[in-house]
Design a protein around this ligand. Structure first.
Ligand code: MGD
Ligand code: MGD
Ligand code: SF4
Ligand code: MO
Length: 717
């Protein structure tokens, strides 16, 4: 009898994973008497297919974690001491409003800067939730280019804002080229489609300096020197064109600038590329030939391609390849970058960019450490941080911390946990998790919209980001404008252009009831969007020769915000070209002599960026902060697995445990991103080593363009 009653009070809520992950899984939450008791992947959603990943399987541990920030808090100890006292929401909002007004009176609104990224990628609570507020306030515009901004610029220059290959079409591919993407950790639900293609006879090749979980599952792993991707892609084009492996009919009808490209690639011989990339000539030749002749072939690019001096041009070259070989003719052929382009998100209604006064200062978050510690006009006097943990994810950690500790800086952090950034706040505000809020999701890894029904009441006094900004807007007197009083339901109703053709048959009612809906596009067995060209570039063709570069008009996604295109008159080569990494023996021999090892900082299997790195069960999977180093490089330094080692360069120094493993190529060290300072020996994390220089396009970061030296620092205790 009791069991029957329990089952009656039990409810299943259709939700969506909020994490910054391409898979955007559909989730089912079991709720009993207002408490979430179980969470599983939806079996109905074909892409999620019933399974979640190691990060989210334990999401209830996050929701109900005793370390959650549940009440507003004010700092009582010195900055960074982590000592806070509980205050009421009214007091918190009043204090924030009055401090912001003081800053505006003394220095102007540009002395205030929001700092936010993708703690949640829900459309209403994610990247843009604070934009209308800060735009109206006149705050410094916070440029957000951590992830794929350069890749998007390069891809759009070449192909246009196309969804690219449907991931579900990968089963039809005969040759799958995974370029700088660790799918088994970062895009798990794509793997079954690749495995199925492989079973049907496709070859799967991974280009990565590190033998990742994904590389281990592939048919072939090509270990490339970090930052030299453009050299390999240019040499592939050299081979394909010179050996006549091109699809001439496709090139003739649907591309622009082939003759110029042909001339350009002549200098990029396989022999030259071999020296640059560290890949044997034979391997380059076979790769080019097999890629061209095994149709349909598909390239899946990861975020690391853009992360070096020539990252944008490397993505340009990769985006040219499918048209050269006619890969687009069939489902499963082409390139998959970010299918987010397919979603008609109403970014304008989310961001209200028209509220930005022309000429408002722009600062890139990637350079926050610099902006906080050098003279800027006006100086930065207040930061409002939400959906982000810049101490760990931005480069230049030493200067970031020097900036955050400034007594004259007023810092507000909205968080679920007391992160390394929240530790430095003057006011910490409690944020809800996905189960406690309503949202609607696009995806950058598949073609489904997913709806997140709220499962439970907010814990403690936590509020969704939307509510935080409604409260702040009211305190600043912005509630005279309906933009600032919209309910969550009203914002969700504005999230998409519901009249767009790909939304046919999709309504909010349906999404709430069913949890997800595939965009109204042809099914994966028929989806070949560029079979007959139809590229969304100025010419309607794949632009080997970029008219955007020639004319200085770059397409950049609005939601990134800021000026991440190029200044008028700034030269960008209209043809793909190779730009070597800044921190390399060829570009800077002196630096390379001092710091001979490449550092790459890919994603951790059990964390999402720095999220989950504080949760015991995730720490158990991920292990303490470790640097993976090749046997030869370790032996030369007297280092053994388990030793403490110091990794350093002119920017900083980090102490980590060593793991000696030939999965890292000679000369390459690998440190997975995400560990918090408290779990790092010595208190610095990898962010202390990364440069603040941008790549060539879209103000992309250069995390993979980093040289370091490593030395023995002690035996494990
Ligand atoms: N488990 C887990 N999943 C995640 C995330 C996470 O933190 N953890 N983060 C999410 C986010 S925000 C993103 S953007 C995606 C990113 O997903 P991915 O694109 O897969 O990102 P990374 O792991 O950074 O890099 C992929 C691979 O590129 C390699 N690499 C590094 N530098 C170079 C280079 O110069 N050339 C080449 N060819 N390869 C290089 C790395 O060794 C790594 O294996 O993952 C999302 N999913
Ligand atoms: N060295 C190195 N650095 C990197 C990368 C790398 O590969 N290497 N990757 C880069 C990339 S691709 C990305 S995308 C960025 C990611 O950078 P971030 O988006 O800043 O990622 P997280 O570290 O996960 O921090 C997100 C924070 O938001 C909080 N949060 C989650 N949901 C909510 C919410 O609803 N409201 C509020 N207020 N807060 C919430 C979480 O608790 C978490 O602390 O990092 C970049 N930095
Ligand atoms: S993090 Fe990614 S793979 Fe894991 S449940 Fe969320 S969307 Fe799915
Ligand atoms: Mo990212």
């Amino acid at each position: 009898m009791t069991e029957l009653i329990d089952r009656v009070s039990e409810q299943t809520v259709l939700a969506a994973c909020p994490q910054d992950c391409p898979d955007t899984c559909a989730i089912q939450v079991t709720v009993q008497d207002g408490i979430a008791t179980a969470l599983t992947g939806s079996k109905e959603q074909p892409y999620t297919n019933g399974g979640l990943c190691v990060k989210i399987d334990n999401y209830l541990d996050r929701v109900y974690n005793p370390d959650r920030v549940l009440y507003p808090m004010r700092r009582v100890g010195p900055k960074g001491s982590g000592r806070f006292e509980r205050i009421s929401w009214d007091d918190a909002i009043e204090e924030i409003a009055s401090r912001l007004k003081d800053v505006i009176a003394e220095h102007g609104a540009e002395a205030i800067m929001p700092v936010s990224y993708l703690g949640t990628q829900g459309i209403i609570n994610g990247l843009n939730v604070g934009d209308p507020f800060f735009n109206r306030l006149g705050a410094t515009v916070s440029e957000r280019t951590y992830c794929d901004a350069g890749s998007c610029t390069a891809y759009a220059m070449t192909i246009g804002d196309s969804a690219g290959v449907d991931p579900e079409s990968f089963v039809h591919s005969r040759f799958i080229l995974i370029w700088a993407s660790n799918i088994m950790s970062t895009n798990l639900h794509l793997w079954p489609y690749i495995a199925e293609a492989k079973k049907r006879g496709a070859k799967v090749v991974v280009v990565d300096p590190f033998r990742t979980r994904t590389a281990k599952q592939a048919s072939q792993h090509i270990a490339i020197k970090p930052g030299t991707d453009g050299a390999l892609a240019m040499a592939m084009m050299h081979v394909i064109i010179n050996e006549g492996l091109t699809d001439d009919d496709y090139i003739e009808k649907y591309t622009l600038g082939f003759e110029e490209l042909k001339e350009r690639v002549q200098q990029y011989t396989p022999e030259w590329a071999s020296a640059e990339t560290g890949i044997p000539v034979e391997v380059i030749l076979t790769l080019a030939r097999e890629y061209a002749t095994s149709q349909p072939s598909v390239i899946r690019i990861g975020v690391a391609v853009e992360r070096h001096a020539g990252g944008g041009q490397a993505v340009r070259a990769l985006s040219c390849l499918p048209a050269l070989v006619g890969a687009w003719r069939n489902p499963g052929g082409g390139i998959l970058q970010l299918p987010l382009w397919a979603f008609p998100v109403n970014w304008g209604a989310m961001m209200h960019p028209e509220l930005i006064a022309p000429g408002t200062r722009v600062i890139n978050q990637y350079r926050l450490g610099e902006a906080l510690t050098t003279q800027t006009e006006p100086p930065l006097k207040a930061l409002v941080v939400y959906n982000s943990n810049p101490v760990i994810v931005a480069p230049d950690q030493d200067r970031m911390l020097q900036g955050l500790v400034r007594e004259d800086l007023f810092t507000v952090v909205s968080e679920q946990f007391m992160t390394d950034t929240a530790q430095y706040a003057d006011i910490v505000l409690p944020a809800t998790t996905q189960l406690e809020q309503e949202d609607i999701m696009f995806s950058w890894g598949h073609l489904y919209i997913t709806y997140n029904n709220r499962s439970i009441e907010p814990r403690g006094e936590a509020v969704p980001n939307t509510e935080l900004f409604r409260r702040l807007a009211k305190a600043m007197g912005f509630d005279d404008d309906p933009i600032f009083t919209r309910s969550d339901e009203e914002i969700i109703a504005e999230a998409f252009d519901w009249s767009a053709p790909q939304m046919e048959g999709i309504t909010l009612e349906r999404l709430k009831a069913e949890g997800f809906a595939r965009l109204n596009l042809p099914g994966p067995d028929d989806y070949a969007p560029h079979r007959e060209g139809n590229f969304r570039t100025p010419s309607g063709k794949t632009e080997f020769f970029s008219s955007a570069a020639a004319g200085g008009n770059f397409v950049v996604p609005l939601f990134r915000q800021g000026s991440n295109d190029h200044q008028p008159g700034e030269y960008v080569d209209p043809l793909p070209t190779y730009i070597p990494p800044r921190e390399s023996a060829s570009a800077n021999p002196e630096l390379a002599a001092k710091y001979p090892l490449n550092l790459i900082t890919p994603k951790a299997h059990a964390f999402i960026n720095s999220s989950f790195a504080n949760i015991a069960i995730h720490q158990k999977v991920q292990k303490p902060a470790t640097l993976i180093i090749n046997t030869a490089d370790a032996a030369a330094r007297g280092i053994e697995s388990g030793d403490q080692i110091r990794a350093f360069n002119d920017r900083g120094s980090v102490v980590l445990f060593a793991k000696v493993d030939d999965a890292a190529a000679v000369g390459v060290t690998v440190g997975h991103v995400g560990h918090w300072r408290a779990d790092s020996l010595g208190g610095s994390t990898l962010a202390a080593l990364s440069p603040i220089a941008w790549a060539d396009l879209g103000h992309a970061p250069t995390f993979s363009d980093t040289l370091i030296q490593v030395e023995f620092a002690g035996k494990a205790d």
